[in-house]
Design a protein around this ligand. Structure first.
Ligand code: AMP
Ligand code: MG
Length: 326
């Protein structure tokens, strides 16, 4: 079984080719990076439209495969930006109809969890999903992946990207903020907003920009942003693990690549006799392989979709998916 996964919820358009044993035969992607300002959904969608076919060809070449070898088309059905989702859904439908193979719409957040579970070997983790637009604490309970906590405003990656943009960094700013933070050491006061298992970051963004305009150095502000925001995420992850009695924590999403976040979460996990798992960097960020693999899990469990059922869902909730494969 060869599955092709098409990811395109936001800034990244990605194509993955994966087989039934989760061998990743190709995982090609291109990232839309606006010259200035944030992501404009229509421009990102145009970027995806231009890149999706060349990326499919590149992926097939990398896997030494042919269109005729493909048995399943999986695509990111949501959540995400409407124009981007519609663009990749259209490509997926065209491919499915022309090749005569089944098509499945995949929940993007569930795909982060499934690729992490498969490639790191954890079984029943709490997932701390930290990406540009999303920040959620997710775990399996009673037939579905449930969201135990989430951001009430912007995603953690968005906080880092927006702050970075204001200080002149280019997208994606997370890695550059991490680099600057490594030479900071003065922990400045920023709002710590944890409400139960939910978090909020937009007040911290405003406060960080104010600190900077009153003379604080970039390294110290980046350091303080990371220390404060990552402590919040570690706290809510620990609370979820304690409440639902899980002893594995899986990281996912682009911000999961951050070494300081990894060290905080790993310390927390170690202190409570639990274990942290982090997928390879190219599987943390948005990618086609995770979509292809989740498509295989869905297909194997008997799920099928007609073309009308592949309508995109901008607000597709993690707990809106029947997890028949577990
Ligand atoms: P995703 O939306 O999952 O593709 O992840 C993209 C987000 O991850 C962007 O907001 C990036 O700034 C962020 N990111 C990538 N690498 C790092 C890093 N090393 N530290 C913090 N954030 C990162
Ligand atoms: Mg993502």
């Amino acid at each position: 079984m060869l599955s092709i996964g098409i990811e395109g919820t936001a800034h990244t358009v990605g194509i993955g080719l994966v087989d039934e044993s989760c061998n990743i035969l190709a995982n090609e992607f291109a990232i839309y990076s606006p010259a200035k300002g944030g992501i404009h959904p229509r421009e990102a969608a145009n970027f995806h439209a231009e890149n999706v076919v060349p990326l499919i060809r590149r992926a097939l070449e990398a896997a030494s495969a042919d269109f005729r070898d493909v048995d399943l088309i999986a695509f990111s059905q949501g959540p995400g930006l409407g124009p981007c989702l519609r663009t990749v859904a259209t490509a997926a439908r065209a491919l499915s109809l022309s090749l005569g193979v089944p098509i499945l719409g995949v929940n993007h957040c569930v795909a982060h969890l499934e690729i992490g579970r498969k490639t790191t070997g954890c079984r029943d983790p709490v997932l701390l999903y930290v990406s540009g637009g999303n920040t959620q604490v997710i775990a399996f309970s009673n037939k579905r992946y449930r969201v135990f906590g989430e951001t009430l405003d912007i995603g953690i990656g968005n906080l880092l990207d927006k702050f970075g943009r204001e200080i002149g960094l280019t997208f994606p700013c997370g890695p550059k903020v991490e680099e600057l933070a490594s030479s900071g050491n003065d922990l400045l006061d920023l709002p710590y907003s944890v409400m139960g298992m939910d978090v909020a970051f937009s007040g911290m963004l405003t406060a960080a920009l104010q600190l900077r305009s009153s003379g604080a150095g970039d390294s110290d502000v980046c350091y303080s942003l990371q220390e404060t925001a990552f402590s919040m995420l570690t706290e809510v992850s620990e609370r979820a693990m304690a409440h639902i009695d899980k002893d594995e924590i899986l990281l996912g999403g682009g911000v999961a690549r951050n070494k300081r976040l990894q060290s905080m979460v790993s310390k927390m996990a170690g202190d409570r006799g639990a274990e942290m798992f982090v997928p390879a960097g190219e599987l943390c960020v948005d990618n086609g392989a995770m979509i292809a693999w989740t498509g295989i899990l869905m297909h194997d469990s008997g799920i099928r979709m007609s073309i009308p059922e592949t309508i995109v869902k901008q607000r597709f909730r993690t707990d809106g998916v029947d997890v028949d494969w577990l």
